[in-house]
Every structure is written in C-alpha cells, then in structure tokens.
Ligand binder design. Sequence first.
Ligand SMILES: Nc1ncnc2c1ncn2[C@@H]1O[C@H](COP(=O)(O)OP(=O)(O)O)[C@@H](O)[C@H]1O
Ligand SMILES: [Mg+2]
Length: 272
Amino acid sequence: MTELMVEATNIHKIYKTGKVEVNALRGVDLTVRKGDMIAIMGPSGCGKTTLLNCLSGLDDVTDGIVKIEENNLAQMSDNEKTEHRAKRMGFIFQFYNLLPVLTAVENVEMPLLVSGIPAKEARQQAIEILETVGLGNVMESKPGALSGGERQRTTIARALIAKPAIIWGDELTGDLDDETATGIMDLVARLRKETQATFVIVTHNLEVGKRADKILYMRSGKFVATEVPGQGRVQIETAPEPDATEIPNPDTVEVPNPDTVEVQEIPAPPPE
Ligand SMILES: Nc1ncnc2c1ncn2[C@@H]1O[C@H](COP(=O)(O)OP(=O)(O)O)[C@@H](O)[C@H]1O
Ligand SMILES: [Mg+2]
C-alpha cells in the first residue's frame, strides 16, 4: 500500500475582498506519496501560493477536502493544525523571513526552542544542520551579512531542523542565480535522500522543476498538465465543474486551451 502524504480532492478557494471575488483555486485534485517531490509551475497569479497555503492548513479552503497524513484539515481545530504544522511541516517561504537581529545559528535553532527543546540541545542540532548545509563558517553572522544563497541555505536549515515529514517550498530558489540555484537543489536532493521527507515546491525555474518526481502545471486555479521529467508532458482532461443539479452547458464549460498550456507567454500579435 502506498502511503499518502497529501490528498486534496476538488479544492476551491474564493477570496472575497469587498464585493470582489477571486476564484484562486477552481477544482484542484492532488495526491502526493510519502517521500515524493512534486513541483508546481505556472504563471504569476495562477494560484500556486494559495494552493500551498490551503494544503498546509495555513488557510482554509472554500470547498473540497484536504487530508494531510490522513488527517482531514477541516476536522482539526486551529490548535491541532498549528501543532501538526510545527511537528510535521517545514516551510521554505519567502515571507517566512529570517529574523535580521538574530545570527544564522539563532535563526535555525528557533523552531526547536519554540517546541520546548532545551537550549543546549537546540544549539547543538542547529550547529550540526548548518554544517550539513555548508554554513559552518558563517553561523554567527546575521542574515544581512550573508549572500542570497547563504540566506536561502539558512532558511532551508531552519525548515528542516525539526525533521519535518513534509516541506513546502514557495520559490525556494527565487532570486538566486542559476549556479546558486543548482547548489540549493543539490542540497535539497541530498537532504531528501537523508531524511526521506516529502517536498511540495513551487518554482518558476524549469531546471528546478525537473528535479522533482512530477511537475504539475497550473493555470487560473487549476492543473492543466502534468509531466514526469524525462517522460514528457500530458494534458489533464478537466471534467466539467461538478454540479449536482444542473447538466453542464457545453458553451460555458471551460476546457483548457491547448495553446495556453505552455509555460511561455504567447506574444501578442503585431498591430495591423
Ligand atoms: N489574500 C488574498 N486576498 C485576495 N486575493 C488574493 C489573496 N491572495 C491571493 N489572491 C489572488 O488570488 C490569485 C492567486 O494568487 P497566488 O496564489 O498568490 O498566485 P501565485 O502564487 O501563483 O502567483 C491572484 O489573483 C491573487 O491576486
Ligand atoms: Mg506566489
């Protein structure tokens, strides 16, 4: 039996701001097996961050079911979700910034201190993981004195220190140059082997995506294609929106346009 880490069924997310509604997720299905690495790719605004927030329980879905390690998020209290997140999840998000007044080692040991590990033990583990990510020599530096790649490795060390079962990464190689991004992904690959953790990452970088077991391409709140690196891309057949009472009108059912599935933007036609 394959153990599932994430099981999302037909999830929808609608943001309501004043009178405006944004359909950020429009029927996403996703299963992630333990130990897998899934990459989610798609243009800005297509719902990638919303999806990670909803899957990790940082935000609630409007409709649909999210199960993490067989726990239905909708049936968990906020406290249970927070505790589960602290114990089982690691986040490499750009808004989960390092605290600028703390040194690298202080930033990294923070999750352990928060979960009640004694200071001495937390410090020892932080030193070990910083050495693992190649930052043994800059542990006492504050984030402002570190390079982009070093900051990102510090963030990864902090995300992994509590040995989470699942790591969510939003643009984990964000602004880094190609060489540094490759270094980060080599590190992720090594840590994956060592920890057997599950990774769900969002990326703009196809080279990063290709390191995953599967790439899911997203457009306007839905998955439109899937690719197993090395085996080519498959378009996802999207079923009509389920509506128990109405027979879908073929004129209004959205079918993904094969011309828009590619990640590259299609240039506008030249003016007449
Ligand atoms: N907190 C929010 N309130 C209202 N709209 C939001 C909020 N967060 C995201 N959105 C909207 O939802 C859509 C998806 O956003 P997001 O998930 O951030 O996309 P991505 O990460 O793919 O760039 C966008 O149209 C965005 O403007
Ligand atoms: Mg985003």
